[in-house]
Design a protein around this ligand. Sequence first.
Ligand code: SF4
Length: 352
Amino acid sequence: MDISIARDAITHYMEKDGPEVIEFDFFGGEPLLYFDFIRDTVDWFHTRTWNKKHVFFICTNGTILTDDIRDWLIKNRDCVQVGLSLDGCKTAHDLCRSNSYDRVMENIPFFRKYWHHQPVKMTVCADTIPYLAESVIQMEEMGIFFTANLAFENHWGDEKKKAKLLETYEDQLSLLVDYYEERPHLYPVSPMLTAVPEYLGVPSYGEIDPKKIKRFCGAGHEMVTIDVDGSRYPCHRFIPWVTQRELPNENANCQEAWKPDKCNECKLVHSCPTCAGYNWEINGDTGHRTTFHCDSFKLEVKASCLLEWKRLRRKLKANPLKPSNDLKQYKIRLKSISEFLRDPILSNYYGE
Ligand code: SF4
């Protein structure tokens, strides 16, 4: 991208359009391969006075940090946030990221020192599902602040392979439920094991009516992607060379209802992740959800609820003789989670 395109876009959103606080993400591939561009853009930005608040964000694979890059990032850390991708234990990470685990680990102290508040992002795919528990436990034992999610693209293979992988996923989640039950001081890995009813916005468990929520991300609304030639897209996943489709004629991500019907009527729809760009690429409709992750998401909900139920039961057992309002609340919550765990939606997985 020519730097004038970046400057024009920044000037436009800082002076003419958009919200009062703007996050500018440098997005790759690996953005730090283009470090000179990032440095020149941010340094130019700081030669001017702007009325809006701002932050720059770089998501990196952590493999090419030179001394120059480190020094500049440290100097600018008040306005440049850096997020690291690390896909779990060595076996899992090396499987997905070209044997780069050892190089990334060398840089972990740097990220922990300067961006300890920024969660490391762990993405799990079919190949790394068997290493999930080992990966999560290792991250916890290293004291890394992280999130973990399963890719929702179709990485499952045929029906037989998918059924086997789902079984493995359930086993791995079960190991993590045991791990976190034994360690109540730890917040369970999010969002994988935090999908409890309140977070899900399930009617009668939370206050949000899922039927009123018709989009899941900011694509086409709070978010815009500027391509290398200056073209604007609702997000990077709408770029025609990514989707092999033209852009939607109507405003993207403005659906009034979800498709397919099973999603529109699903009580998990508020928290079940969906990607407007991927929906457009696969189904030609931002509101027509892909459902490759339907079964795995239900397994996460089930494991999350089970973990919460086990933790609550422990608390109750630890305080049997001390009736209090807290205890009463625990009991109510335990009962509601027990009911939710028996909900047919959580047994409707492994193929439909
Ligand atoms: S859990 Fe399944 S049915 Fe429910 S919203 Fe997600 S993909 Fe659709």
